[in-house]
Ligand binder design. Structure first.
Ligand code: NAD
Length: 468
């Protein structure tokens, strides 16, 4: 360790407390509440992106070897869209909503006044390290809060770029980045926040919620789970195969929270589905997908080892019908399909978060609903069918953060839909107006004058009053 490094001050609870106090001072001064400040900061984010697209793409190449097109569409494009929707709608979102009052309080008027919460913490994950850091920050700023962002240490190039760019482009009296891992996050979690927005796995989600409970701090937990894809036999198979591939491997090589985790189809239809997936996979990634520039690598050697263990499980080692190749030196795993995987295999026991796609077969497709509902509630559930009755049954009986029929992943880009989980896949939601709401208190305000002062409410509580 160099002299400089050994002198580097650790970010402990005391340092965290200093940051929170500074931001609280700024929040209390009222700076962040004005419409003008909120707009200026969302515009600053747009400028940050416009000026630095290449650096952002390079950072994601470094962290995940993420193909630039995926970065431009899913990380940069989605963030820009969030900012643009916010700029267009913010005035409307901030306007108090007049509501009817009740006869009991006649005469009066009432409104719901959106109020910023205060100083909020955003903790983000490594798989979409740019978008998942800044998208919640857009909501926090739009709602008029001061915010600390803690990006993921597992995507270090993006984390340090975020720290550098937010310092340069944003108002540092109210918006800060704290880089670091468990130690730094623990120091942050020891502080009193007005909201904590966490994206990541459920184990840490529990740690976050426990820390928040000490101060009765509300949380949004954006977690994951095993998102199923149910495939009927009455579909356009080629289109379905392409859409499953796009959602699975075209999304960070399976390292995405709403990536299809496993497929359920009938025994009869499974061979046709596998053939279609193989054909389209080869069309997209060629005969040697380990060399494809269009697939992200596995983020690090820990995750590579975890995925290898899932593949080497005795219960599935003879179930691989496509792929299975790996290159540890380059942290690459090829798109891999496993057919007729038993429910008690390792790959079915946890969220895969990688390029392995197990297929479970059932006699009748209706059984898929029981298979899904017997597990924890997923973040997304996908169904490919043209049978309207089954569609309706699926939408009403499958509990998931979101359901998408005849496609994968794209519900994520519809800003009028809330994005969030249910049960083990999370709590709370964001995107579009839901992001603003996630960081806003809806304050009830009732206005009265001095007329209508009915005596019934005042003692003495006579029998006459009781009979009124
Ligand atoms: P990660 O390892 O980057 O962890 C997330 C954050 O938690 C990081 O900032 C990290 O520093 C912090 N952290 C880790 N250990 C901690 C501890 N002991 N105490 C306090 N903080 C700690 O990301 P991950 O959890 O591997 O992310 C993958 C998971 O996130 C998957 O389950 C995925 O489905 C889920 N995810 C959900 C969404 C969503 O929007 N719902 C998006 C992306 C990922």
């Amino acid at each position: 360790m160099s002299g400089d490094e050994s002198q580097k001050k650790v970010f402990d609870a005391e340092a965290a407390s200093l940051v929170v106090n500074e931001l609280r001072g700024s929040f209390t001064s009222g700076t962040t509440r004005s419409y003008e400040w909120r707009v200026s900061q969302v515009k600053a984010l747009l400028k940050l992106v416009a000026d630095n697209e290449e650096q952002i793409t390079d950072a994601l190449r470094s962290d995940l070897d993420k193909p630039p097109l995926e970065t431009v569409v899913y990380e940069i494009g989605m963030l820009k869209n969030s900012c643009e929707v916010t700029l267009k709608e913010l005035k409307h979102w901030m306007t108090p909503e007049k509501v009817k009052t009740s006869i009991a309080v006649f005469p009066s008027t009432a409104e719901i006044v959106p109020e910023p919460l205060g100083v909020v913490l955003v903790i983000s994950a490594w798989n979409y390290p740019f978008l998942l850091s800044l998208d919640p920050v857009v909501g926090a700023i739009a709602a008029g809060n001061a915010v600390v962002l803690k990006p993921s240490e597992i995507a270090p190039a993006t984390s340090s770029l975020l720290a550098k760019l937010l310092e340069k482009y944003m108002d540092n009296s109210s918006i800060r980045v704290v880089e670091g891992a468990v130690e730094e996050t623990t120091a942050l979690l020891q502080q009193k926040w007005d909201k904590i927005f966490y994206t990541g796995n459920g184990r840490v989600g529990r740690i976050v919620m426990t820390a928040a409970a000490k101060n009765l701090t509300p949380v949004v937990l954006e977690l994951g789970g095993k998102s199923p894809v149910v495939v009927d036999s009455n579909i356009n198979l080629q289109v379905a195969a392409r859409r499953i591939i796009s959602g699975k491997w075209g999304l960070n090589n399976g390292q995405a929270c709403i990536s299809p985790d496993y497929v359920i189809t009938t025994k009869d239809y499974a061979p046709k589905l596998v053939d279609a997936l193989k054909t389209e996979l080869e069309n997209f990634y060629g005969k040697n997908p380990l060399e494809s520039k269009d697939l992200s690598r596995i983020v690090n050697s820990n995750h590579f080892a975890r995925l290898t263990k899932l593949l080497e499980d005795d219960k599935v080692s003879d179930k691989i019908v496509y792929g299975g190749e790996k290159d540890e030196s380059k942290l690459r795993i090829a798109p891999t399909i496993l057919l007729d995987v038993p429910q008690d295999s390792l790959v079915m026991g946890e969220e895969i978060f990688g390029p392995l796609l197990p297929i479970i077969t059932v006699e009748k497709l209706e059984e898929s609903i029981d298979v899904i509902n017997s597990g924890t509630k997923p973040l997304a559930a996908y169904l490919f069918t043209t049978d309207n009755k089954f569609k309706e049954q699926f939408v009403t009986t499958v509990s998931a953060g979101g359901v998408l029929v005849n496609d994968t992943v794209l519900h994520l880009v519809v800003h009028t839909l809330p994005f969030g989980g249910v049960g083990e896949s999370g709590m709370g939601a964001y995107h579009g107006k839901f992001s603003f709401d996630a960081f806003t208190h809806k304050k009830s305000v009732l206005y009265r004058g001095f007329t209508g002062d009915a005596s019934i409410r005042y003692p003495p509580y006579t029998n006459t009053k009781l009979r009124l």
